[in-house]
Design a protein around this ligand. Structure first.
Ligand code: NAD
Ligand code: ZN
Length: 362
């Protein structure tokens, strides 16, 4: 038996207002006056001066606002990297991602591709990255995905939606300032928060579970329950903002040493074919998974009702047989997720017909 030896985020600053210390954190990391810091910022903040005015740009530093209408693509990463390399005099001092899972993943991928040749699609998979990334910092503005702690950056490529999983992927520095999450809209708060909840359920009910994952997963699950089982709590509750930030962190740590499961496998199918985003996609799928996660789904339905969340229905109603096949192929390709969820003999239980019947309910 050989155990995996995982890297972790080596530095983290936590606290309301800690974002104000960003410039002090970055200053010693500047390589030269020609080596800028590049900030990738969710374009939802384009006119949010209370946030952007706190980023102090020196020399050739630059903010690039990125749209998160669609989840990150390998082509988008390649274009950003090309643009950065062309327009900077020297290799940047660092990449700073400010946003949700989409922007955090972009920042990780760009920092890797600045030092690795070729196209990002060639690195989708496990341990394919050869050279260390440049310094990269993650600053979440919405909590739940765990992208701030994880060893992956999920990208949609020409052939697959798959992460760049590598020892060079985790951030060198994370800034956890719950104030940045204060204006998240309620629906999105629920969807991304439920990503964390689903990470916990899938990790805690998986065959890969171990004491490492269990300890983090249980803490994250408790925090999620505390937040989402109380209809007095919403996205503007400060204590809940702090708790959800830590739940996201722990949920991410939990799956680092185990895996996610059925909801993630099937949601990747929806995302690949229909572009359904991760948080809402997981919710749409999870709502129909009572047979796999009876208690987790019952509680999910309760939280959904408490917060008045209505999920889209019949998104698969008009699909052709070929389209179902595409989703099923994507889902079945994620073998470790199925093995974790259902066990070694998963192929006997998870047939194509079974998946089609499930997708038809969504
Ligand atoms: P997101 O980053 O796509 O953001 C969702 C929406 O919330 C966007 O419209 C964004 O503009 C908005 N938003 C973010 N912060 C806001 C704020 N403070 N105020 C107002 N609006 C705000 O969503 P997400 O759910 O955080 O991330 C999903 C992505 O994360 C997917 O691409 C998924 O593949 C990826 N993901 C990665 C990992 C990982 O380990 N790397 C894990 C899970 C999910
Ligand atoms: Zn997830």
């Amino acid at each position: 038996m050989s155990y995996k030896n995982f890297p972790m985020v080596p530095r983290v600053i936590f606290g309301r207002g800690s974002f104000n210390q960003l410039n002090d954190i970055l200053a010693p990391k500047r390589q030269s006056i020609n080596a800028p810091f590049i900030y990738l910022v969710d374009d939802v903040f384009k006119n949010t001066t209370w946030l952007t005015s706190r980023i102090s740009l020196s020399y050739d530093d630059k903010i690039i606002f990125v749209s998160t209408k669609e989840e990150p693509k390998t082509t988008q990463v390649d274009e950003l990297v090309e643009d950065i390399i062309l327009k900077t005099k020297a290799r940047p001092s660092g990449i700073i991602g400010i946003g949700g899972g989409s922007v955090l993943d972009l920042a990780k991928a760009v920092s890797i591709m600045i030092t690795n040749e070729g196209e990002s699609k060639d690195y989708q998979g496990w341990d394919l990255v050869k050279n260390p990334a440049i310094y990269h910092v993650g600053i979440p503005t919405i909590s739940g995905t765990g992208a701030e702690v994880s060893r992956t950056t999920v990208l949609t490529g020409p052939e697959k939606k798959l992460g760049i999983n590598s020892d060079f992927t985790p951030f060198d520095q994370v800034v956890l300032d719950s104030e940045l999450t204060k204006d998240v809209p309620k629906d999105q708060w629920f969807y991304t928060g439920m990503d964390c909840y689903i990470h916990c359920i899938e990790s805690l009910n998986g065959s890969y579970l171990n004491a490492f994952s269990k300890s983090y997963g249980e803490k994250a699950l408790d925090l999620c329950k505390e937040i989402f089982l109380d209809d007095n709590i919403g996205p503007s509750n400060i204590e809940a903002q702090e708790n959800l930030m830590m739940a996201s962190w722990h949920g991410g740590m939990s799956i680092a040493y185990s895996q996610v499961g059925v909801a993630h496998a099937m949601s990747y199918g929806l995302s690949y074919l229909l572009g359904t985003k991760h948080g809402i996609g997981n919710c749409i799928v999870f709502d129909h998974l009572e047979e796999f996660y009876p208690e987790g789904v019952a509680l999910f339905k309760e939280m959904k009702a408490l917060h008045g969340i209505e999920l889209p229905q019949s998104i698969c109603a008009q699909l052709t047989d070929e389209e179902f096949e595409i989703m099923i192929n994507v889902a079945l390709g994620l073998e470790p997720l199925w093995e974790n969820a259902v066990g070694k003999n998963w192929k006997k239980i998870i047939t194509r017909d079974k998946l089609k019947a499930l997708y038809q309910k969504m």
